[in-house]
Design a protein around this ligand. Structure first.
Ligand SMILES: Nc1ncnc2c1ncn2[C@@H]1O[C@H](COP(=O)(O)OP(=O)(O)OP(=O)(O)O)[C@@H](O)[C@H]1O
Ligand SMILES: [Mg+2]
Length: 412
């Protein structure tokens, strides 16, 4: 007669029916309760490494707005106003989170931000840099992946799924987090996104309203609609700070039109009435963003409007040489590992920046230009043991960066 196989935990003896899960090894089985107990033991003995950040601690009280801005200065060139506004917003966010209820009943409300600036001027960079500094959960999501519920794409709730994921599903921590919604202009009516109709774009904006303002949302922990069986988690977004950003291509025309028709004389920041045509974003108002096709209800929930300046020659040169991980510093480090000291002639740097400006490649183009110039050297020099020093001269840069190569960069 065949022997009846009894499935039980070999550590505590409990039968399969009495435990949630029984894991089989080569010669033994273990139940979930025993695994948990063993884990606890390891934890107590200090054998478990916690790599995930712990968001439960108080924020660093020394992080005053000035210090936050100084930190950003190490990574982001120029854009002083944007850095200032964001430093204050983050600081106030902390203050709100830890505000004590006082008798006056004054409750500090959150001030979500909308950032407008041409492509490649540092919007994402500012936000990514600030993320390094924070000890609240932080996530960057792209508005282009969302659509109104019922259409192909992700529901806006998945923003919260990502926030939960970065803090290991600690709902309390997630409810104090910061979310950056990038490319918000792509869901505006005039946004460059042909795959979405005007109705879907507006619908998506609508679906963001409640989330940004503050509401209780049921969030699928794994995201998406692929796991219908998952248990939903309730997240309150009242204290989550939202930053939105976009390049809003063409908004300068809207601003210029408004300025031209404006009856009242317009003063720029320096107090003169002359309009700085090179940087019309200086004059941006919520009205312009609305004319671009962000619905007024959404704009109302993003009360702080901040712009980024276009990058001029001086800014591009600084970007190339100054930030902590400036491009030229990176190349120098790559060569230093080979035992080679790399130099760049000032005229070569000038040449690189001029080409980025001439071909309108912006800060992003600096990398492709540098790659085109330095690739040959990176290919050949590691095999030459006698070379200890190498200088990229203007002539060398010009020779490596032929017109045809530049034309290709422009297309890319
Ligand atoms: N102000 C800046 N200071 C330093 N580096 C910059 C600055 N602006 C841009 N860069 C460089 O250019 C790259 C692209 O910038 P970023 O991703 O922030 O652009 P963006 O404004 O978000 O543009 P897009 O609208 O296309 O998303 C950065 O990774 C960085 O290397
Ligand atoms: Mg960006």
């Amino acid at each position: 007669m065949a022997k009846k196989v009894i499935s039980k935990c070999d550590f505590c003896g409990r039968a399969k029916e009495d435990v949630q899960m029984l894991i089989s090894g080569q010669d033994a089985k273990i139940c979930d309760a025993c695994v948990e107990q063993a884990m606890q033991l390891l934890n107590e003995e200090g054998f478990v490494q916690h790599e995930k950040p712990n968001y439960k601690g108080e924020p660093n009280k020394n992080l005053k707005p000035l210090a936050i801005k100084a930190f950003l200065d190490d990574y982001v060139i120029g854009q002083d106003e944007a850095k200032k506004v964001i430093a204050v917003a983050v600081y106030n966010h902390y203050k709100r989170l830890y505000q004590k209820t006082t008798e006056d009943d004054v409750e500090i409300e959150k001030s979500n931000i909308i950032m407008v600036g041409q492509t490649g001027t540092g919007k994402t960079l500012i936000v990514k840099s600030i993320a390094k500094l924070l000890n609240v959960p932080f996530t960057i999501v792209d508005a282009t992946v969302f659509t109104e519920a019922g259409y192909v794409g992700e529901d806006v709730e998945s923003i919260l799924t990502r926030l939960l994921q970065v803090c290991d599903y600690d709902i309390n921590a997630a409810e104090k987090g910061i979310v950056f919604i990038d490319e918000i202009d792509k869901i505006s009516r005039k946004g460059d996104n042909p795959s979405l109709t005007r109705d879907i774009k507006e619908g998506t904006q609508q679906s963001l309203l409640k989330l940004i303002e503050g509401t209780e949302v049921l969030v699928p922990p794994q995201g998406g609609r692929k796991h219908p069986e998952q248990k939903l988690l309730k997240v309150d977004t009242k204290n989550i700070l939202f930053l939105c950003g976009g390049s809003f291509d063409g908004i300068d025309k809207i601003i210029s039109k408004r300025l031209n028709t404006s009856v009242i004389g317009f003063k720029n920041k320096k107090g003169s009435e002359e309009v700085d045509k090179e940087n019309l974003l200086n004059y941006i108002t919520h009205q312009d963003v609305r004319a671009f096709g962000i619905i007024p209800e959404l704009l109302g929930r993003l009360p702080v409007l901040v712009h980024l300046d276009p990058l001029d020659k001086n800014a591009l040169t600084n970007i190339l040489t100054q930030p902590k991980n400036a491009l030229l510093k990176q190349y120098k480090k790559l060569f230093a590992i080979e035992g080679i000291t790399l130099h760049f002639e000032a005229a070569a740097i000038d040449f690189i920046v001029d080409k980025a400006l001439e071909y309108k490649l912006g800060a992003r183009g600096l990398r492709s230009i540098c790659e085109a110039i330095i690739t040959d050297a990176m290919f050949e020099l590691p095999s030459k043991t006698d070379v200890k020093e190498y200088t990229i001269t203007e002539a060398y840069a010009k020779q490596k960066l032929s017109k045809s190569k530049l034309a290709k960069l422009k297309v890319a």
